[in-house]
Each structure stands twice: as C-alpha cells, then as structure tokens.
Design a protein around this ligand. Structure first.
Ligand code: NAP
Length: 252
C-alpha cells in the first residue's frame, strides 16, 4: 500500500517521524513538493512528487494535511480513482465538503496529534476503512467512531492535548519557582500527567472511584481539588470544549 501526503507541514512531519520509527519504508511514501516535503525527502529518502496530480496517480492512500481552508480546493481536479482512500486530517472539514472534489475516491476523516512521532497518538477515525489501519496503528492507538457527529465531538480532544501541555507548563514553572531544578520540575510534571492518563485509561474501575481513592478527606489531593473546583476550573474546561465544538461545526 503506497501512501501519499498532500500538505507536508507541522502535523505531517510528526506523522512521518512516527511512520519511520515504526519501520515503514521511505520509498513507499510520496510527499507533495511544498512545505517540508523537499527537505524530508532529501533527508530520509521519501519520494518527492512533481505535483499533487502525480502524487495521487502513484498512491493508494492519500493523507490530506493542508490547512482546513485549503482542503476542498486542493483535492479538486486531481486524478482520483475508486480504489483511492483520502484520509483527511483537516479539522472541521466535513466528508460532504471533501467528497465534492474527491470524485470516486472514498473519504475518511482522521485526527492524529503530534505525539504521532512517538507512536503515541490516540487517532480518531471515521469511517474506519481497512486501507487506513496499518498507517494509523504505526502512529499510535486507533479509535474508530460511529458517526461524523461523534468524530467532531471527539476532535475536541486534539485541542485538549494542547491544554494539558499548558497545565504541565504551569505545574513545572511552579515547581521551579519553589526550588526544583527546572528540568526535574518539567519531567516530574509531564510524567505525572502521563501516569494520570494511564491509570484512567488502563483501569476498568469507574472514574469516580479511581479519583475518590486518591482523595483522603482533608488530605492534600482533596484540599487542592476543592480549591480548583471553587476557582471554576471544571466549568471553564467544559466551556472551552463547547466553544471548540461550535467552531468545528461552524456554528460559532
Ligand atoms: N498541527 C497539528 O498538531 C494538527 C493536529 C491535527 C490535525 N491538524 C490538521 O492538519 C492540517 C495541517 O496542519 P499543520 O499544523 O500541519 O499546518 P501547516 O504546518 O501550515 O502545514 C500545511 C502545509 O500544507 C501545504 N500546502 C498548502 N497548500 C498546498 C497544496 N496546494 N499542495 C501541497 N501542499 C500544500 C503548506 O505548504 P506551504 O508552506 O508551501 O504553503 C504547508 O506545508 C490542518 O488542517 C489541521 O487542522 C493539525
């Protein structure tokens, strides 16, 4: 299965690192000749297409990772065949909109995050097609969804990925202000968030029970959690999720 990538920017560069790390052979991947395409092809031995039409002609699956506003125009007029699968990573761009320019090709939406480069992207996909599986598994965990509505709601998690990093930074800076070596503070905070995610993601007990088991009455976790709640953090978080979902759906 040959992969083509149209739009070799920030996201696609992370995906490519992940694919290389997973052992995907560079000569099975063809890059569009803009953005980081030429440099990455020279560096790692990916094929570099002369233009998007030749990329489509020689690929089976095409990852579309241009800016959302460009997505529909970029795929329009390319030589799509019925065997092609277009995997669009373009946030908020619907299948209906992409299908207008996709001819007989099938369109799938995916939302990888830059942790792809570590093989650690929880990548949502709708609809799941077998042609996509090996690429998505190479960059992390695949989460197949049942509808485009679900996909849009789940896309909010790609923003949460950034918000969590902002919280990690706040915690690390606090640690450094309180005497920790900044490198130690950053590692400690980052790995604490990873540990939190793993416990909630890898245990089957109800989420409330896992959290309650940490909240000894009057203890440090409970005291801080109550302070966070009094300061409106859960409501602010929910508001931000609602805002992003409205933006994705174009209803903001
Ligand atoms: N960044 C993320 O972490 C992330 C995560 C999930 C999803 N996404 C989605 O991924 C997409 C790309 O985001 P990004 O952050 O990677 O943006 P980016 O760094 O701006 O990359 C977009 C790339 O598309 C190229 N491009 C534009 N028009 C093109 C065309 N006609 N043919 C070939 N290449 C073309 C641009 O090349 P030039 O530089 O030559 O203009 C640029 O290299 C967006 O739709 C976004 O919603 C991003």
């Amino acid at each position: 299965m040959k992969l083509g990538i149209i739009g070799v920017g920030h996201l696609a560069s992370s995906v490519l690192k992940g694919l290389l790390h997973a052992g995907v052979a560079p000569h099975t991947i063809c890059l569009s000749p803009r953005g980081h395409g030429p440099d990455l092809a020279a560096q790692h031995g990916f094929n570099l297409a002369t233009d998007n039409a030749s990329l489509v002609a020689e690929s089976d699956v095409v990852l579309l990772a241009v800016r959302p506003a460009d997505a529909a125009d970029v795929i329009n007029g390319l030589p799509w065949r019925a065997e092609h699968v277009i995997m669009s990573a373009c946030a908020g761009v619907t299948i209906e909109r992409l299908a207008l320019g996709a001819g007989p090709a099938r369109v799938v939406r995916i939302m990888p995050i830059t942790a792809s480069e570590l093989g650690a992207s929880p990548t949502i996909v709708y609809p799941m097609l077998p042609e996509c599986r090996s690429f998505l598994e190479a960059i992390g965990t695949v989460i197949a969804l049942d509808s485009e509505d679900q996909f849009e709601a789940a896309t909010v998690s790609a923003a949460v990925y950034g918000w969590a990093q902002a919280l990690i930074r706040t915690g690390a800076e606090w640690g450094a202000r309180n005497g920790l070596d900044p490198v130690v503070a950053r590692q400690l905070m980052a790995r604490t968030f990873v540990a939190s995610g793993r416990i909630q993601g890898e245990q089957n007990a109800p989420m409330d029970d896992i959290l309650a088991s940490l909240c000894t009455p009057g203890g440090i976790t409970e005291t801080g959690l109550r302070s966070i709640e009094r300061n409106g953090v859960p409501d602010a978080w929910t508001d931000a999720c609602d805002l992003v979902l409205r933006k994705l759906r174009g209803t903001d």
